[in-house]
Design a protein around this ligand. Sequence first.
Ligand SMILES: Cc1cc2nc3c(=O)[nH]c(=O)nc-3n(C[C@H](O)[C@H](O)[C@H](O)COP(=O)(O)OP(=O)(O)OC[C@H]3O[C@@H](n4cnc5c(N)ncnc54)[C@H](O)[C@@H]3O)c2cc1C
Length: 802
Amino acid sequence: MKSQYRVVVIGGGVVGASVLYHLAKFGWTDVVMLERRRLASGSSWHAAGGIHALNADPNMAALQAYTIDLLSEIEKESGQNIGLHMTGGLTLAGTPERWEWLQANYRIFQSIGIDDCELLTPQEAQRRCPIMSTDGVLGAMWADREGYIDTTGTVQAYATAARKRGAEYYEDTKVERLVQTADGWQVVTDKGTITCEHVVNAAGLWAKQVGRMAGVELPVSPLKHHYLITDTVPEVAAADFEMPMTVDLEGFTYMRQDQKGILVGIYEINHEHWAMDGAPWNYGEELFQEQLDRIENELMLGFARYPSIQDVGIKTWVNGAFTFSPDGNPLVGPVPGKRGYWSACAVMAGFLQGGGVGKTLAEWMIHGEPEADAMSMDVARYGDYAQNKRYIRETTGQFYSRRFVMSYPNEQLPAGRPLKMAPAHDAMTAAGCRWGVSWDLEVPLYFAPSKDFVENLTLKRSNAHPIVAEECRVIREGVGLLDITGFSRFEVSGPNAEAWLDKLFATKLPAPGRARLAVMLSETGRLKGDLTLLNWGDGTWWIMGSYYLRAWHMRWFNDHLEDGVSVRDLGEEICGFGLVGPKSRVVIEKLAEQDISGLKFMGCGTFDIGLVRARVARMSVTGEMGYEINCRYGEHIALRRMLLEAGAGEGIREVGFNALLSTRIEKSFGIWSAEFTQDRTPGMTAMDRWIAWDKGDFIGRDAAIAERDGNGPARVQVTLEVDAADADASGYEPVWADGKQIGFVTSGAYGHYTGKSLAMALVDRERAQPGTQVSVHVVGVERPAKIIAPSPYDPEGKAMRG
Ligand SMILES: Cc1cc2nc3c(=O)[nH]c(=O)nc-3n(C[C@H](O)[C@H](O)[C@H](O)COP(=O)(O)OP(=O)(O)OC[C@H]3O[C@@H](n4cnc5c(N)ncnc54)[C@H](O)[C@@H]3O)c2cc1C
């Protein structure tokens, strides 16, 4: 072991070994992995080894598909047998809603390139898995790329392949302390101290402690998990093929063949956390006693699904622990505020996801950003609030118990909520507000007409549809009041602020008293932000964006910070309300102490609105005339009261974000995580219209110019009108033309005011002309659609300009 490396990876489980392998594969060989005991002595050794490409989150499904394809490659490269059994796999649907969901997902998988799936009848499924009872099964999805591997062999294979490429790893070497230095880290181990540029926390069950060694409190916790392995099952022994990996969602179990018996794993509804502060250091390869009382119900369902195991013995019980983040996705990437400290932990399914995590992290470290959009696993998707122990317990527990439970897009889950509430929350609740959550904050979805209203959970349009329709009408014809606490706000100031912003944004900076949509690019010319820049004219600037990206954007700002610039997140100080609709000017004029009538579209300034000294900007995502009125937290209640009083004569009504999403799609305004993601470019998304080509240098300029002057992107953003029935597209549904998939939906919604089911989509450039007839799968059903010109509502933008 040397005393200096470029990268030290802490932890020799499947994730650490994959990180090591990918770093070496992409050319960084001055790297070492340290393992306190033997390889795979954390949760990796006792995993069930099941592999399947399917995941409800399309980004995670793509990651899993990559990992599965990699497995045979590392086996070949390392010469280490990984016991790969590609049996194919079944996912069973046991309720009509689940069957609908599975059919919808079958199409979504096609969009992301997982095209080895087929839908089966219960009888067809049973032929492929003859030991299974089809009682209650309504249908199933088959995937070729599913099966199982030998877990320890797989970790060995990653590590051996990494070593063959020049990386090193050492067992029996425990990292005890981390010290940040001016240019990296000192890694203090029980075998001596190493200095390095980068440290990777891949410590699995011990990730919490290895985080704390660097002063980082990661939102991660281990939970216990059971599986059993049976003695020989006669039907299995007699079959001339292997049973497929089978996931029974309504039964909370997964099953795979194990020699001549089967392995049945259980996602316990009655979950149990373990060692929330990190596993004990003396924890080795022991397991916990099985807890039959905790899994009785799921076990009965498993025995009913596979009746032949009722007559055979159980050979082995495994009750082990593995780690979860609040949303169940890994925590990957550079940890905000800790230069050179990287997270590769909370990987719930290391054998399915570890390959993709290793690839993502290695690309990020070496090239500055990963190839694919890593948002759903980025460690910076959480803020400080997620360090709280109860928040972690509630959210990880909820995710675990619901791992196989059907979730609906309009479902509100209770864990960790309510946490942060805008001051007017209670008054808004009394007015009928139904809440969703963004990051830590409760955000208004819509206002129910009575307190007895219960929204039905559905993949289609819910019974809240007419309520949102009425809110949209108010926005388009009258005036709505929207709580805009759920936007992010950063203040930029200092003598170098203007020059710094000019370099950070590809857009021309707004003049004093003006606001502008501002594109931020990465060095490779891909999107990094769809923000709004406001120049208050007094040397201070605001950057406004999506609330849930607060830590993510702040990491980017800090990483590029220069002398003479200060960036402050105002998210705990400033909130506000928006007035939206043609009558909003009348309302604000009643309250403004100064003449606000001259404030033009995209103008901004400081005004006295009633008793509040407010920062006001004339803009709205709805495409209507609108004012965003920003106040201090303590003024939120008073601002709401004054605006409601002033608007009473104009029929003002409170509206929520569901109406905002409907009105914004009628304007073809894209939003982050749907139209705009880190793996897309300005040319693909029409964001190039905001780029100031004639200004000086900015981040991503060369790449943006290369795209502009090149052959153009293969796919571009379009707006679709869908001939829908009772459901609208939501995202990732395939778009077809002449029997060929030409793209996929990025988001969809019902345009209540235009009376059209709308979607935005990325499609092949040569098929992107308005008028092109296409079709789109909506909740699994193919519907006719056509590409229309952008902005079906008020294409000339007269309403918002007023
Ligand atoms: C019962 C059960 C069944 C499962 N089934 C599946 C399955 O079918 N498919 C699947 O994909 N996943 C499954 N999993 C999950 C899987 O086991 C984990 O996702 C995976 O093991 C996580 O790997 P890791 O490398 O992040 O962590 P770990 O395997 O915990 O590895 C972390 C390593 O870091 C080392 N370490 C920690 N701290 C230090 C330090 N300070 N210095 C040096 N070394 C350190 C530890 O010794 C350990 O070896 C299952 C888990 C359980 C418990």
